[in-house]
Design a protein around this ligand. Structure first.
Ligand SMILES: [Zn+2]
Length: 314
C-alpha cells in the first residue's frame, strides 16, 4: 500500500515539474547525446593500435635499458660516463620538446585558440565546472605535441571555426569531449568556454577527431547559434552523406559497406568526425577503400570538394 502511494506521489511530482527529467533541458540535448556517446565502449581502432605501438615501444626501450646495465656490469665499464651521456641526451630532448611546445602555443595564439592544460576529467568538468586550481602549465601535460601534430595538418580556412574557442588538454585518462556550451543554471559545464577537452593518452587521431566535431556541430550545423557557422550551406548535404539510419552494434567484427570502421556507425556525429580524421591522417587508406565503395566515395568527395578545396593527404 505504501509503495503504491509513493509511486503515485512520484508520478505527480514528475508531471507537476518538481522532478527534472531530461526533457526539461532541451538545450542540453546534444550534450546528453555526447555524454552517452562517451560511454560507448568501442574505441576507434586506430587509437587502440597506437596504444599498442606505444606500449610495445616502451617494452623495447626498457629491454634496451636492461641490456645496457648488464653490459656495463659485465665489463666493469664506467657506469658514470654512460649515466652522464644519458642525462645529457635527456636534457637535450626536453629542451627541444619545450621549444616545440612553445611553438605550438604561439601557433594557437596566432589562430586565436586558447590552449589550457587541466588536471580534471570530462565527467568532473561536466558536473563540477571549471574552477581555479584546475589548470596546469601545458608543458606539464604529457604527449601534448601529439595534439600539435594533428592540428598542424588542418588548413587555416577550417581552423577559423576554433577562433575564440578553447582546447582543454587534460592530464587525466579518458576519451575526449566537445564542449558545445556552458549551462551554469543547470550545473552543466559551468565556467567552460566552447571548444573541446582532450584526454590522455593524447593522440593526433583524438585531436583531429574532436576538431571534426567542432567543425560539424558549430561550423556546419550551427548548433547554439555559433558565430562561426561559416559552412551552413553544407548542412543539407552533410545530413544526407553522414546519416546513420540503423542501430549501432559495437560488436561487429567488420565495418559495414560505406564505413571505414565500426565506431563510425555509432551515430551521424561520430560518422562525420571519424571520416574527417581518416581524411587527414589516413588519406591513402580512405581513397583506396573509396574506389570500390560508393558511399565512402561520397564521404571522401564531400571533404575534398566542399571543405578542403581539393587538398588531399597521404
Ligand atoms: Zn566523437
Amino acid at each position: 500500500m505504501k509503495k503504491k502511494l509513493l509511486l503515485i506521489l512520484v508520478i505527480f511530482l514528475i508531471f507537476s515539474g518538481c522532478i527534472k527529467t531530461k526533457d526539461d533541458l532541451p538545450q542540453s540535448e546534444y550534450i546528453y547525446e555526447k555524454l552517452r556517446d562517451s560511454d560507448l565502449k568501442t574505441e576507434p581502432k586506430s587509437q587502440i593500435n597506437q596504444e599498442i605501438n606505444k606500449t610495445q615501444k616502451t617494452i623495447v626501450e626498457k629491454e634496451i635499458e636492461k641490456q645496457k646495465i648488464n653490459k656495463t656490469e659485465d665489463s666493469f665499464g664506467n657506469i658514470t660516463s654512460i649515466y652522464k651521456e644519458e642525462t645529457e641526451q635527456q636534457s637535450e630532448t626536453s629542451e627541444t620538446q619545450e621549444k616545440e611546445i612553445e611553438e605550438f602555443l604561439e601557433w594557437a595564439e596566432d589562430h586565436n585558440i586558447e590552449i589550457v592544460g587541466v588536471n580534471k576529467t570530462v565527467n568532473d568538468f561536466y558536473y563540477n565546472g571549471s574552477k581555479d586550481g584546475d589548470f596546469l602549465d601545458p608543458k606539464d601535460v604529457p604527449n601534448i605535441l601529439e595534439v600539435a601534430d594533428g592540428l598542424y595538418k588542418i588548413p587555416d580556412d577550417l581552423l577559423r571555426v576554433m577562433d575564440g574557442k578553447t582546447i582543454y588538454i587534460s592530464h587525466q585518462y579518458g576519451r575526449g569531449y566537445s564542449v558545445l556550451g556552458s549551462w551554469p543554471d543547470q550545473g552543466i559545464l559551468s565556467g567552460m568556454n566552447k571548444g573541446t577537452i582532450i584526454e590522455q593518452p593524447l593522440t593526433s587521431e583524438q585531436a583531429v577527431h574532436e576538431f571534426g566535431h567542432i567543425l560539424d556541430y558549430h561550423g556546419i550545423r550551427g548548433i547554439y547559434y555559433d558565430p562561426k557557422n561559416l559552412w551552413k550551406n553544407l548542412d543539407v548535404e552533410r545530413n544526407d552523406v553522414f546519416k546513420v539510419d540503423f542501430e549501432y552494434n559495437p560488436n561487429l567484427v567488420e565495418p559495414p559497406k560505406g564505413y571505414m570502421d565500426v565506431y563510425s556507425t555509432a551515430n551521424d556525429a561520430e560518422n562525420f568526425a571519424q571520416h574527417f580524421m581518416y581524411y587527414i591522417l589516413a588519406g591513402n587508406e580512405f581513397r583506396e577503400s573509396a574506389e570500390s565503395d560508393e558511399l565512402l566515395k561520397r564521404k571522401y568527395d564531400f571533404f575534398k570538394e566542399e571543405l578542403f578545396e581539393g587538398k588531399e593527404f597521404g
